[in-house]
Design a protein around this ligand. Structure first.
Ligand code: UP5
Ligand code: MG
Length: 196
């Protein structure tokens, strides 16, 4: 990957913060490809013949972070495919990196991110959203036991990634407590100013 040809924005926030919801809107208005690391892992888990199926399933159910070798290859492949097939060069990487060493490795292997969009949200709001979504999502981690584990891993392991990028001055922080459209108004401001 050539740094002058590729733009990467990391979209981070606790479980249920609205990363996927907002990315879907950003890609409508701006020329970005949305890659959710969680979605790519779930697809790989279901792919027939995948050697990682069982591993991914058990990690996701326990809210644990899948070894980065797996995730980074999935992201790289998806980026290459979008560049080749759709001639795209701007990527929203949703839900990754979740650990400091993943951030370092990705930025070495692919490109440094342009900035980090961080959706801040109290756990009680996240919990309500995830339990509601769990009524119909079919996600094996949208249940109270898994959600609690996801919260713990986010606070202990993933939040330090955001703190690290804060020291680099790369974090754009937004509250995700507003309505979907309310949050998106602020997101739009950021993208209008930064990358158009
Ligand atoms: N909703 C959204 N915005 C709202 C708003 N403003 N007001 C009211 N409701 C709002 O939204 C969640 C729910 O809230 C939806 O029902 C939505 O309608 C509503 P969503 O946009 O789906 O939030 P998102 O932040 O994307 O939540 P998600 O559950 O996807 O976040 P996670 O970070 O927990 O999940 P992810 O898929 O990224 O990862 C799942 C697991 O995969 C991880 O726990 C981990 O085990 C594994 N993983 C890795 O190991 N490595 C990785 O790099 C990535 C994932
Ligand atoms: Mg998501």
């Amino acid at each position: 990957f050539d740094q002058k040809d590729v733009t990467v924005v990391f979209v981070l926030g606790g479980p249920g913060a609205g990363k996927g919801t907002q990315c879907a809107k950003i890609k409508e208005d701006f020329d970005f490809v949305h890659l959710s690391a969680g979605d790519l892992l779930r697809e790989e888990q279901q792919r027939e013949g995948s050697q990682y199926g069982e591993l991914i399933k058990s990690y996701i159910k326990d809210g644990l972070i899948v070894p980065m070798e797996v995730t980074i290859v999935l992201l790289e492949n998806a980026m290459k495919e979008a560049m080749k097939k759709e001639n795209k060069s701007r990527f929203l990487i949703d839900g990754f990196p979740r650990k400091l060493d993943q951030a370092v490795k990705f930025e070495e292997a692919v490109v440094p991110c342009q900035f980090v969009l961080y959706f801040e949200c109290p756990e009680e709001v996240l919990l309500k959203r995830l339990l509601k979504r769990g009524e119909s999502s079919g996600r094996i981690d949208d249940n109270i036991e898994s959600i609690k584990k996801r919260f713990r891993v986010f606070a202990d392991t993933s939040f330090p990634v955001i703190e690290e990028y804060e020291t680099q001055g790369k974090v754009k922080k937004l509250s995700c407590e507003n309505s979907v459209d309310g949050v998106y108004d602020e997101v739009k401001n950021i993208f209008n100013n930064l990358v158009k």
